[in-house]
Design a protein around this ligand. Structure first.
Ligand SMILES: Nc1nc2c(ncn2[C@@H]2O[C@H](COP(=O)(O)OP(=O)(O)OP(=O)(O)O)[C@@H](O)[C@H]2O)c(=O)[nH]1
Ligand SMILES: [Mg+2]
Length: 309
C-alpha cells in the first residue's frame, strides 16, 4: 500500500486513510514508513464559527489552486458532536464536484482534538496526503471549543473565516480566533454587514499586532467567487513570509511538537482509563485527590513513577 500510495494510487491512499482513521497498527506502520517522504505540503487550516462558509470557501479555494496546477488535499474534521452530525455529508456535497478530478482528494473524518493538537488520526491523514504529493492540504475544522487551537497547532497558515451576523470583532477576539489568524476572510460579502465586520476586524488587528505582521482582512464571497483569487494569493504570500523570516522552521517544530504530544496524551489517557490494567489504582488515586487525602501533584508523581517502571 505504501509503494502504491507513493506511486500516486488514490485507492491505496483511501485504504490507508481508513486504517489511520481506525488507529490500527497497519495505519501506524504505514505512516512510520512514509514520514520521511512528508514535510513538502503547505498545510492550511481553515477555521471559524459554524455556518460561516468554511466548506463553501474551501471548495472555492480548491478551484483557485487547481487553476495554478496544484494538487489539493482536503481533510474536513467534524467535531464529534451530535449537533454537527450532518456536517460530513454536507462537506461531501459541497466539495463533490471534484470527485472525478485526480488532482483533488477530499476526506471527511470525525476526530476529536487533543490538547494542543489534532487527533493522531487527523495528523496521520495529513501525513498520508503529504506523502501522496498533495500541496496545499486544506484542513477544515469548526472554530468552537478547542477546534481552532488544534488546527492552529497543525498548520503553517491559519485562515479564520467570519461572516456578517457573527457579531463584531470583539467577540471574535474573546473566542481566541484573532490570536491564531494568519489571514482573516470575511465571507458572504454579497450580504449586508460584511464590510462593517471587516472594518471592525481591521481596527482590532491594528491595535493587537503591534510591530509584527498584521494579518490581512479580505472580503470574500465563496458563493460568487469574489475575492477567492486574492485569498489564494495571501495564502501563498504567508508561506513566503514564513520562509523569508525563518518562521517556517519554527512552525515545523511547533507542528511536530503538537503531533508528538497529542500521541503521548492519547496513550496516557488510554492507560488512565484502565485499558492497560492499572486504571483501577488510578481511579483510587483520583478519589483520594477528590477527598483531599492526596494532593494533585503527589498523585501525578505516583502515576508518572508507575509509567517509568
Ligand atoms: N450568501 C452567501 N452564502 C454563503 C456564502 N458562502 C457560504 N454560504 C452559505 O452559508 C451556509 C453555510 O455554508 P458552509 O460552507 O456549510 O459553512 P461551514 O462554515 O462549512 O459550516 P459548518 O461546517 O457546518 O460549520 C450554506 O447555506 C452556504 O450556501 C457566501 O459567500 N454568500
Ligand atoms: Mg463545513
Amino acid at each position: 500500500l505504501v509503494e502504491r500510495l507513493l506511486g500516486g494510487d488514490a485507492a491505496a491512499l483511501a485504504r490507508l486513510l481508513s486504517h489511520v482513521e481506525r488507529g490500527d497498527a497497519l495505519g501506524e506502520a504505514a505512516v512510520d514508513r512514509l514520514y520521511a517522504d512528508t514535510g513538502r505540503a503547505h498545510i492550511v487550516g481553515i477555521t471559524g464559527p459554524p455556518g460561516a462558509g468554511k466548506s463553501t470557501l474551501t471548495n472555492a479555494l480548491i478551484g483557485a489552486f487547481r487553476a495554478r496546477d496544484r494538487r489539493v488535499g482536503v481533510v474536513a474534521i467534524d467535531p464529534s458532536s451530535p449537533i454537527a452530525g450532518g456536517a460530513a455529508l454536507g462537506d461531501r456535497i459541497r466539495m463533490g464536484e471534484w470527485h472525478a478530478d485526480p488532482g483533488v482528494f477530499v476526506r471527511s473524518m470525525a476526530a476529536r482534538g487533543h490538547p494542543g493538537g489534532l487527533a493522531p488520526a487527523a495528523a496521520d491523514a495529513i501525513h498520508l496526503l503529504d506523502a501522496a504529493g498533495f500541496d496545499p492540504i486544506l484542513i477544515e475544522t469548526v472554530g468552537v471549543g478547542q477546534g481552532e487551537i488544534a488546527v492552529a497547532g497543525a498548520s503553517h497558515t491559519v485562515i479564520v473565516v467570519q461572516g456578517p451576523g457573527f457579531g463584531d470583532g470583539v467577540q471574535a477576539l474573546k473566542a481566541g480566533l484573532l490570536e491564531i489568524a494568519d489571514v482573516l476572510a470575511v465571507n458572504k460579502a454579497d450580504q449586508p454587514g460584511a464590510a462593517e465586520v471587516a472594518r471592525l476586524l481591521r481596527d482590532e488587528l491594528g491595535a493587537f499586532h503591534v510591530g509584527g505582521r498584521t494579518p490581512p482582512v479580505l472580503l470574500v464571497s465563496a458563493i460568487a467567487g469574489d475575492g477567492v483569487e486574492q485569498l489564494a494569493g495571501e495564502i501563498g504570500a504567508h508561506l513566503a513570509h514564513l520562509r523569508d523570516t525563518g518562521g517556517l522552521a519554527e512552525r515545523q517544530r511547533q507542528i511536530a511538537g503538537a503531533d508528538v504530544l497529542a500521541r503521548v496524551d492519547a496513550v496516557l489517557r488510554g492507560r488512565l482509563g484502565g485499558q492497560s490494567g492499572w486504571g483501577g489504582t488510578a481511579d483510587e488515586l483520583l478519589r483520594e485527590v477528590a477527598v483531599r487525602t492526596t494532593s494533585p501533584a503527589a498523585a501525578a508523581a505516583v502515576l508518572l513513577g508507575r509509567l517509568a517502571q
